[in-house]
Design a protein. Structure first.
Length: 440
């Protein structure tokens, strides 16, 4: 056993039983070696089959995408100068066209500086006096007000309380210097546009100077001119100006907005299917070629053949696929005929239905074969686990048998050694008796 040290042949019999046991174990391990080779072959077959299944499964996503309505929402909006504006298509009802776009102004939030009647040098010290500060503002054109009871509160407390509300934001600035601070309260509308302006402040006490407090940034609407028509918006995003298109302005200036068809998503998914088929075919070819784990399993080629059949029936009949090259390494591989695709997608009124039917047919084939391959993979896994169990059981039985034999040989060795020692003692005793008799 591991960690033990044995010496055999100490009885001078000339029989090295440890060497015998090693040879005996080698013979006994022959079935284990064969099972290990079989297990390794099964593992290689399982890995090769998993690689095929992975390539096949990769076809499912683009096939599914081709069945979805969203894949065929093919409008795209682009702006020539993205520093000035951006555009997003919100639905497929957008109309193709090119538009002149000028950004006249950006939407601004109203911002007020609120002064105090005394100089505040510490934002965390409670203000002297008591009262209620009221900030009047509009929310989408409706009058609103926020009342802050500042009794016993610091300027920081007041700013934090204002920031609890979703319509207004407050910060504190120092209009003095580091050595002589003079803190003021800055209040800003969260929402932009003239219908969300701060309209004024009031104080029931005398802590805040409502006379010198002033608006430092006026509320402003965003304004654009689109093909000569001027339009305003409370925010920097214009919704509904163009059917199915949102425009977001970033800075003033002029640019061009273009709405056009964009079939790239459809083409990407078709290319994914074609590339996936090519990879599937090559993976099967390599796995079943001479000397490979799945050598001779021609039935696997039916997977690639079935996928090719779907591609041919739905895409090939419209000339959307070409064979890739003439070399042996590219034999049977495909590529998209982009010119034919562009003509098909733009001019065939049934293009969407044809491609959706293609996606559904491909889904059916992929699902059927992936289910079969998964079951086969499970069988390989069961065979591999069974072999590993048998190897472990047989290894233990052999080890136990060898250990039992070693113990018997060791006991026999000890017995023979004791017998030899007894023989020597008897011989010595006999010699002693013979010597004494001769002396007499």
């Amino acid at each position: 056993m591991a960690g033990e040290f044995y010496i055999s042949g100490i009885s001078n019999t000339g029989f090295d039983y440890m060497g015998y046991l090693e040879k005996y174990k080698e013979l006994k391990n022959i079935p284990i070696k064969l099972m290990e080779q079989q297990a390794e072959q099964i593992k290689l077959q399982k890995d090769a089959l998993s690689a095929i299944n992975n390539k096949l499964s990769a076809l499912f996503s683009p096939a599914l995408n081709l069945t979805l309505e969203t894949t065929y929402e093919t409008k795209s909006a682009t702006v020539s100068n993205t520093d000035i504006a951006s555009a997003t298509v919100t639905n497929n009802n957008a109309l193709n066209g090119t538009y002149s776009l000028t950004v006249n102004s950006l939407a601004e939030s109203s911002k007020w500086r609120i002064d105090l009647t005394t100089t505040i040098t510490d934002v965390n010290t409670a203000l002297q006096g008591s009262g209620t500060l009221t900030i009047n503002y509009q929310l989408n054109g409706s009058a609103k007000s926020l009342n802050i009871d500042y009794t016993g509160k610091s300027l920081s407390d007041i700013a934090n309380e204002i920031n609890q509300y979703q319509d207004l934001e407050a910060t504190i600035i120092n209009v003095g210097d580091v050595n002589n601070p003079d803190y003021r309260l800055i209040v800003k509308s969260v929402n932009t546009g003239t219908q969300n302006a701060i309209t004024g402040i009031s104080d029931t006490g005398t802590t805040f100077n409502t006379t010198t407090s002033t608006e430092i940034v006026a509320a402003q609407d965003a304004s654009i001119t689109l093909d000569g028509i001027t339009i305003t918006s409370q925010s920097n995003t214009f919704t509904g100006v163009l059917t199915g298109v949102d425009i977001t302005v970033k800075q003033t200036g002029s640019t061009t907005l273009t709405v056009s068809d964009d079939f790239s998503n459809i083409k990407d998914n078709i290319n994914a299917v074609i590339d996936g088929y090519n990879q599937l075919k090559e993976t099967i070819r390599l796995a079943t070629s001479q000397g490979q784990p799945l050598q001779g399993e021609a039935t696997l080629n039916t997977i690639a053949t079935s996928v090719l059949g779907v591609i041919t029936n739905y895409l090939g009949k419209y000339g959307l696929v070409n064979t890739l090259g003439d070399a042996e390494t590219t034999k049977g591989l495909l590529e998209l005929n982009e010119e034919a695709f562009n003509n098909f997608i733009q001019n065939n009124p049934d293009a969407k239905q044809i491609l959706q039917d293609f996606g559904r047919a491909l889904e059916t084939v992929v699902t059927s074969y992936t289910d079969n391959l998964t079951l086969r993979d499970q069988r390989y896994e069961e065979q591999y686990i069974d072999l590993q169990r048998r190897i472990e059981d047989l290894t233990k039985r052999i080890d136990d048998q060898i250990e039992s034999m070693r113990l018997r040989f060791a006991r026999l060795e000890t017995y023979l050694s004791e017998m030899q020692a007894t023989q020597v003692r008897i011989q010595n005793f006999a010699n002693l008796i013979t010597g004494n008799n001769n002396e007499q």
